[in-house]
Design a protein around this ligand. Structure first.
Ligand code: PBG
Length: 325
């Protein structure tokens, strides 16, 4: 046994206090962003069957969820919209009386310190469910830019702190930055969904946001899951165009990119633990196939360890409650 190596890694794993001392990564409630779905009406709360614990809510109900999150120490929410009407060009997306715009104003009035982010995209507002204007069966890039800029501006006018374009049109960050600056919103930040992949893991979200494309798919604008170098080009483009925070989405299946983006840019990095990633674990936990709480902790820790500064997660409140115990 004298040939046994000097270093025995197990020495520091003996007790929980030792493990705490050498732990390299901790997820904090400060890192979390809670997605919420704003719907029309009042006292409306419709649970999403494929996303346990997530619901569409009218603004009054959303305000309660936001207040609970803030009370638990969650620093930010991101809002998605379920509009009253949809059309070819998604015009309800820039309606100052739309559910997202009303939700922003309500939250900023009641809970001014809570950071309010908004998803900027057309798919929640278009009748065809695509993320831009469709002509000849193709999503038109440059025509869509103006609509995105107007939607982002309407969010800024309602009081949003950060707008987050998720459409994947080329040039949208610059278009939004210029529109915001021209109207005096130079302090509204842009969180760019920079490396956003055409992912099967968005499935449950499309039930929540009622945004399933009515034909085709999103592969002519969202990225091919096979491409890492191209994701970095997308990231550098968005930085040049003025992005303040860079997002990788989904998170768990793209941890290599979370790592690369942090290492290669040094920018604040957000990772979106998306609906499918959440629902897989929730469903397995419901069946008793795994320990849901531990899987949550491990999933979020892996994203932090890879280099994310912040995580968009449907678990934000659940995680904060667990930490409080
Ligand atoms: C809108 C958008 C989507 C998600 C966030 N913003 C859906 C999509 O691109 O189809 C997915 C979020 C999730 O799955 O939790 N474009």
């Amino acid at each position: 046994m004298s040939t046994f190596p000097e270093y025995r890694p197990r020495r520091l794993r003996r007790t929980e206090t030792l493990r705490r001392l050498v732990r390299e990564t901790t997820v904090s409630v400060d890192d979390l962003i809670l997605p919420l779905f704003a719907a029309p009406g009042q006292k409306f709360r419709k649970p999403i069957s494929s996303m346990p614990g997530v619901a569409q809510t009218s603004v009054d109900e959303l305000l309660r969820d936001a207040a609970e999150a803030a009370e638990l120490g969650v620093p930010a929410i991101i809002l998605f919209g379920l509009p009253e009407y949809k059309d070819e060009t998604g015009s309800s997306g820039e309606d100052p009386k739309g559910p997202v715009q009303r939700a922003i104003a309500a939250v900023k009035k009641e809970i001014p310190d809570l950071v309010v982010m908004t998803d900027v995209c057309m798919c929640e507002y278009t009748s065809h469910g695509h993320c831009g204007v469709v002509r000849d069966g193709y999503v038109q890039n440059d025509e869509t830019l103006e609509l995105l800029a107007r939607q982002a501006l309407s969010h800024a006018q309602a009081g949003a702190d950060i707008v987050a374009p998720s459409d994947m049109m080329d040039g949208r960050v610059a278009a939004i930055r210029h529109a915001l600056d021209d109207e005096g919103f130079s302090n509204v930040a842009i969180l760019a969904y920079a490396a956003k992949f055409a992912s099967a893991f968005y499935g449950p979200f499309r039930e929540a946001a009622e945004s399933t494309p009515q034909f085709g798919d999103r592969r002519s604008y969202q990225m091919d899951p096979a491409n890492g170098d191209e994701a970095m080009r997308e990231v550098f483009l968005d930085i040049e165009e003025g992005a303040d925070i860079i997002m990788v989405k989904p998170a768990q299946t793209y941890l290599d990119l979370v790592y690369r983006v942090k290492q290669e840019t040094g920018y604040p990095v957000a990772a979106y633990h998306v609906s499918g990633e959440y629902s897989m674990i929730m469903a397995a936990a419901e069946r008793g196939w795994l320990d849901g709480d531990r899987a949550m902790e491990e999933a979020l820790t892996s994203i932090k360890r890879a280099g994310a500064d912040m995580i968009l997660t449907y678990w934000a409140r659940q995680f904060a409650k667990k930490r409080r115990k």
